[in-house]
Design a protein around this ligand. Sequence first.
Ligand code: GUN
Length: 722
Amino acid sequence: MTDSCPSHVVNTRPNPKPCRPQDRGKFEILQKDGMARIGRLHTNHGMLNTPMLLPVVNPNIRTIEPREMWEKYRVDGLITNSYVIWKHDDLSKSALENGVHELIDFPGIIVTDSGTFQSYVYGDVEVGVEEIVKFQRDIGVDIGTMLDVFGRPEMSREEIESAVEITAERAPNSLDVAGDELLLNGPIQGGLHDDLRALAGELMGQVNGTNRGFTIHPIGGIVPLMENQKYKDLFRILLSAKSTIPPDRPIHLFGCGHPLLFPMSIALGVDIFDSAAYALFARGNRLLTPTGTIRLDEITEWPYNSSELFKWTPEEVRSLDSKEREKVLARHNLEVTQSELARCREAIRNGKIWQLAEERSHSSAHLREAFLWVLDQLEDSDDGPVGVSSLRMISSTNPIRKGGENLLDDIEDRPHILHLKSLLALRWRIPGSWWDNSTGDPKRVVIIEGSSPPWRENSLHAVISILKETPESIILISTPIGLIPYSLEDVSPWSHIDGSDDIWDCPLDEEEIFDELIELGLSEIPFIRITPDPHSQIEESGIDVIFDWIDRCSIVDKLSVLNGLSPSLGCRLTSEMTTRKSKTKRMVNVYSNGLHIISPRLKDGGISLTLNGAKMINQLSPGTPLNFGEDFTGQELDHPGVAKVMIVDDAIPFVGEGRNVMQGYVLGADPHLIPGQPCLVVDSNGRLVAHGIPITSAREMAFLTKGIAVRVRDGALKNKNN
Ligand code: GUN
């Protein structure tokens, strides 16, 4: 136990391991949900596991001891101010002699700011641009910050332009002075101007020092916006800056640390927060909660608890002396902050970060306004920086996911649902032939209403009798989020909408139906609406051929809508298709000429390829993606094929044996690749090397140099003798 550690904190957490020198400053993406990412940054004092918060520690006032933060609250990294240390002779002397880790008594990652914020609060600071970087290097900081120029929201456009330019001009020297050991923050200024934020992202993202470029890009100049709850401006700035910041750099929201803002910020791509809120709010007798702030004076019981508050009643805490009270509340605030971040990380892992952001948006009118503004951008993206990020967010979000989908007001604007619906509108096609082998135009559209999932149980009898009666029928199911082809009946979220039973009894009105039919290209065909009788039975005779046709449509449609394979190629792939089914009559294996090619995913309704399937698809649609950096000049296709990732020659023997594709070994990837959906891995001649599931988008693969790019399911070059 160290001297500075309170008696109840036992030293149990081992010191962090330094990273390998070649990994220093590299950011790895482990998992994604839309723009949100679980990542880790490699440093000399361990891994920064993101999304995370760097608690602000004032070296002169330690409300919670940094050692306690490490031990008890599992804080991996904190932020302190190098300018404050530099200015105080005693602190500066000690830091230069023994290093900043000993000064602060913290074994984890120490990030420092540079004095820019002090210049915003107090006016000019007297330290030089290079001097403050050199000082951060010399005291052994892990991640320092260059001296940027704070752009206040009320400044004129010219002043903000100058803040962006001067910051960018100072960048190359700052990176050079930092040397190899000190990683640097490259702040993004730009005030409230979308184009200047995007320009700052581009300029700061491109700068390279002798050893490396910036490691992290904090978004600066936003504290005044947060103080005034201008969250819409905050998210606008974030989306603008993200349009140009290289995706291999973590994004830090400078000075943001209220848990209320975590889910939405993380959903829009923030990796790091920092804040003194846990201590400042405690000093003002206020408690942080994930949905807002509570005043200690106003409560009888704790509306949100923590291991710290369980020991006390509010009355007891009120009667503590001010220093002790501050510590109790600060510990609670830090604990709540850490728990909310854990909740957000878990939500990313479960594909639920957007739902969490949506829930939290109801906690504050300002946040709700900002959330609704974001939804508007997603629904109607322009071609400015905000639109670029919004479209990128939708197109890189896996449209399908297991688990329930809460039916709330904003359901249709969730990025994965927007993506799924746009893929359906773009890629779904009328079947080329019917179960009786006829090939004419469809005679009618039949819309099944008033039936709930699983439709293969509740409506199959109706589907069979409709098709028996008129084979050229297109069968659609009415769901609370629109019409879907029956062939996609088990695709989640449609098949997993959570709501009361009566949500399935609310048919769409004629106008809504017409709009949906236009989206699907079916508005010219007469339609009827039916509500299946739950008691009717399937008439068994002669229906196997109908079942087989439905199964084949399902595979062709899923490959087309979710994976971009054209229906004509899907039909060729499945022309000799047979299946193995589960006891509940769901397809579990799909064969072609006796070879297992596909395993339908029962949890989310998607498609899993087998090696045979991947080989057949690659033969049907040969070719390679463009090399990163080459511009696509061809025609955009609705069905660009199952996405491919092209790897460097050195990696082929390993990946061909079944090892994962690592970032940095990718030469090119199709832009329509979706993290979570199957992809083919090919060499530069288009030969199949493996198939698997991509972890990141193609754009991220172009930048990242650490971590897994594609989790390989099977290698295509396995030595059969092994
Ligand atoms: N802390 C809060 N905002 C800022 C900023 O814009 N720049 C720097 N360096 N630190 C900050």
